[in-house]
Write a protein that binds this ligand. Structure first.
Ligand code: NAD
Length: 465
């Protein structure tokens, strides 16, 4: 990877802890700020087999676009460094053992275009490097979709899958207590991400209300009964399918002859599977943490959702063959959708991918080397900052409804989501073809950087305070 022209300025960035201490930010490219807190599980974090960290990946994509735009080093530092990074201690008394101390993070990356916005992830592998990378992605995503938010991300390094509801609730309430001063409907608005869901958002809303009074717009992705928006749960998956429709148009793919393989079958993956099947595509391979399955004749996503809801394991699904998880990405198909965690398409496996189209439902699933291999092999990649933006678009709709004390119908939400996704995709596509066919990712980052720079310039470089 090339050096960063603006890297020298990044060296001075500081990490501010909730207790007010300041720790030096180490050089870009190294795992900054090692997390020394005890972990609940003996499992090591799961950085995956990717050859670079999440933050290096996002830095690389940013640099490529900023170089092409000729952004000067000083401006580059202003829009690349994070506005605020917070790490907090979350001690929790566990059901079957003593007190465990988790680490919680919130990175507010850039607020030039509006209040900070971004999900909260619960996963044992969460660390500051990853949260920082995901926060930056949110800045570019909200700019590309032109929703009036900045970018943020949060997470707790807890093994969400293994925890009870009582433990998750305690973790969530402690996390909110420690962040309460920097959250708010006009400051920073969390949402669900991997390992969190509408119930976690409900606890966030309730804990915030205890401290500041009722304010449903402080968080999105809430249950409908607490002011959540119709259509929000499926929004990221639905947005991925809108991206598929646009990309399929340019590749001449028809749903009836489209085989889809999905890595990850949580919120995003399972909704993509259900909605893409309604279009007529055939789901031929799926994986989750329990393993992978393959069925050339097609897997019924609704039946698979029911199987999992009844407590079955994915690999025990009766109408498909279990395959080694590593083989999933290499299945012959037209569309591959990574919808799990970051760094899953990398130098070691990108060359085995046989899809015509990769749509990044997950955040940061492809390393720079993996991306270069896909591009060299003529595979069209719809980048995360476009493909999975449906979630933040409908989060914006939820926020608007909360502020206006209104509720929209689901079809209205879905139609507006479709218009936003189509508009953003076509804008990025036109820019890519205007710039002699650069990859969609480069065009998307260029668009985002221009918008954030413009907002920063007219605001006067102070950013959001
Ligand atoms: P989730 O926790 O609901 O589901 C994650 C799924 O990935 C699970 O099925 C899990 O078993 C599977 N998984 C994890 N590691 C895996 C691996 N190594 N191989 C195969 N499967 C694996 O999370 P989600 O909300 O669906 O988020 C998935 C991705 O989409 C994340 O990268 C997230 O940042 C991104 N995303 C989510 C949203 C949202 O609204 N939820 C919005 C934008 C982007």
């Amino acid at each position: 990877m090339r050096g960063r022209p603006g890297a020298a300025n990044l060296m001075g960035m500081t990490t501010v802890t909730a207790t007010g201490g300041q720790e030096p930010h180490t050089a870009v490219g190294r795992r900054a700020h090692p997390d020394k807190s005890p972990r609940v599980a003996n499992r090591a974090p799961h950085p995956g087999p990717a050859e670079v960290s999440s933050f290096d990946t996002v830095s690389h994509y940013f640099d490529v676009a900023a170089d092409r735009l000729g952004v000067p080093d000083d401006l580059r530092s202003v829009i690349w460094t994070a506005y605020r990074e917070v790490q907090v201690q979350i001690p929790v008394r566990m059901r079957d053992s003593g007190i465990h101390v988790f680490s919680g993070y919130r990175v507010q990356h850039n607020g030039a275009r509006g209040p900070f916005k971004g999900g909260i992830r619960y996963h044992e592998g969460v660390n500051l490097d990853e949260v920082r990378a995901l926060a930056a992605l949110m800045t570019w995503k909200t700019a590309i979709l032109d929703v009036p938010f900045g970018g943020a991300k949060g997470g707790v390094n807890c093994p969400a899958r293994d925890l009870g509801q009582d433990e998750l609730q305690m973790i969530t309430r402690s996390f909110v207590d420690r962040l309460a001063g920097i959250l708010g409907p006009t400051r920073d608005i969390p949402a669900p991400d991997a390992g969190t869901n509408a119930q976690v958002m409900a606890w966030i809303m309730d804990e915030y209300a205890k401290l500041h009074g009722d304010a449903p717009a402080v968080v999105t992705g809430k249950p409908i009964s607490l002011g959540g928006s119709p259509g929000r749960e499926a929004a990221t998956g639905r947005g991925v399918v809108y991206a598929y429709r646009e990309a399929a148009r340019s590749l001449g793919l028809h749903p009836d002859s489209t085989r889809v393989v999905i890595q990850g079958f949580g919120n995003v993956g399972s909704w993509v599977a259900r909605i893409v099947a309604q279009l007529g595509c055939k789901l031929t391979g799926v994986s989750n943490t329990s393993g992978a399955i393959h069925a050339p004749a097609g897997i019924d996503p609704e039946a698979l959702v029911r199987h999992l809801a009844d407590g079955g394991k994915l690999v025990e699904y009766p109408d498909a063959e279990p395959i080694p998880a590593a083989e999933l990405l290499a299945l012959e198909c037209e569309v591959l959708i990574p919808a799990a965690l970051g760094g899953t398409i990398h130098s070691g496996n990108a060359d085995s991918i046989r899809a015509r189209l990769v749509i990044e439902g997950a955040n940061n699933p492809t390393t720079p080397t993996g991306d270069a291999i896909l591009n060299d092999n003529g595979i069209l990649v719809v980048p995360d900052v476009v493909a999975n933006a449906g979630g933040v678009v409908v989060s914006y709709f939820e926020w608007v409804q909360n502020l206006q004390h209104l509720r929209w119908e689901e079809h209205e939400v879905n139609n507006k989501l479709g218009a936003s996704m189509r508009g953003a995709y076509r804008e990025v596509e036109q820019r890519a073809s205007r710039d002699s066919g650069v990859p969609l990712r480069v065009a998307a980052y260029e668009l985002a950087i221009e918008r954030v720079l413009e907002a920063t310039r007219v605001r006067g470089f102070g950013g959001y305070a």
